[in-house]
Design a protein around this ligand. Sequence first.
Ligand SMILES: Nc1nc2c(ncn2[C@@H]2O[C@H](COP(=O)(O)OP(=O)(O)OP(=O)(O)O)[C@@H](O)[C@H]2O)c(=O)[nH]1
Ligand SMILES: [Mg+2]
Length: 411
Amino acid sequence: MLEAPKALRLHIGLFGRRNSGKSTLMNALIGQSISIVSDQPGTTTDPVEKAFELAPIGPVVFIDTAGFDDQGALGELRVKKTRDVLERVDIGLVVVGEQGLGGFELALIAALREAQTPLLVVFNKGDLASPTPDQLAQLERDAIDAVAICAVHASGIDRLKEALFRLAPDAGSEAPRLVGDLIGPGDLVVLVVPIDLGAPKGRLILAQVQTLRDILDSDAVSLMVKESELATALSQMTAKPALVICDSQVVLKVAAETPPGIRMTTFSILMARFKGEMLGLAAGAGAISRLKPGDRVLIAEACSHHPLADDIGRVKLPRWLQQYAGGALDIDVRSGNDFPEDLAPYALIVQCGGCTVTRKQILVHQYRAARQGVPMTNYGMAISVSQGVIERALECFPAAWNAYRQGVTGG
Ligand SMILES: Nc1nc2c(ncn2[C@@H]2O[C@H](COP(=O)(O)OP(=O)(O)OP(=O)(O)O)[C@@H](O)[C@H]2O)c(=O)[nH]1
Ligand SMILES: [Mg+2]
């Protein structure tokens, strides 16, 4: 009964001309020979379905269909079955063979669009043909995603999975609450926010605003102070706060001033859960303790902002990580969409909190890192590690605390 019910699975249909490699692709995606492959056009006659757990999307059903371009009496029945599939899938893959993108594929694209079905063009047989620049430009103009693969050699399948994940309507969007599940009605939550030169003028940053809103939604009570007022605020309270949440930059002071027995964490750690897969990021934080001088580290920021004098990503984090490693590290900073395909050279990836990007985008990065066996964490967790307070800040997330400890030992 742990299986996802079929209706909840994302249905992904494979469409295209006969012999374009749909069945080969389906087999490559699931890593088994489920659908019959041959060089004879028209091999698949009836739709072939296979339920599968597809990382990082989750439970899916792939539906391989009969090539669509054949006509005639027998052909028409097949075309109808394929059309039925086309109308009920959640995502359509338009598989293009060595003939390239032609009128037939454009008609398929139009049919999927008419059904309002997200679609992805898959240029298969990369060993025999490649999409032309014109075709790619046209797809881009129409805002249609495309990937080039070679199904027989199972190459490009990971990029295809990432593209599928970005298309999936609900995948990754079921974010946990920011803090609402950690508190109850009437609870008091203390928020500690430094107002320094880096603080935006006349407003609060998004993570703080979202946290305040979630506290309001939970019918709880919030009190926001600067770190200089925290001790006073705590000493004047008659009831114990349920939680103290601070900016990572003051985590050392706040951890010291919050009495044991009162839970404390940081906005960035809440964001790690809200915008990413927390356990993976916690395990990645543990890997910081295994950094050695000379290791390569990737620092990835989602937005390209103008760096401040003591920018976290470019100045503070590198300094802290190098102190931790006990020597110079080889640090690359990448911003925006420039997240490398090949992560193998890195001993660690530190991703920003991702306040300006979707959860999906961070999950795609995490998926890519996990697949290549590279530990990945985020800014806030890395800062708490460098300040020696990560275990305190993870106390209210026991599973993440365990994942962190496992990351430390490399287990
Ligand atoms: N060179 C090359 N051949 C491929 C590739 N993918 C599939 N093929 C070959 O293309 C032929 C057709 O593959 P299928 O997977 O059966 O194609 P299909 O789209 O399912 O065809 P129908 O079921 O007839 O519609 C087979 O001989 C495959 O081995 C590829 O990436 N490169
Ligand atoms: Mg087939």
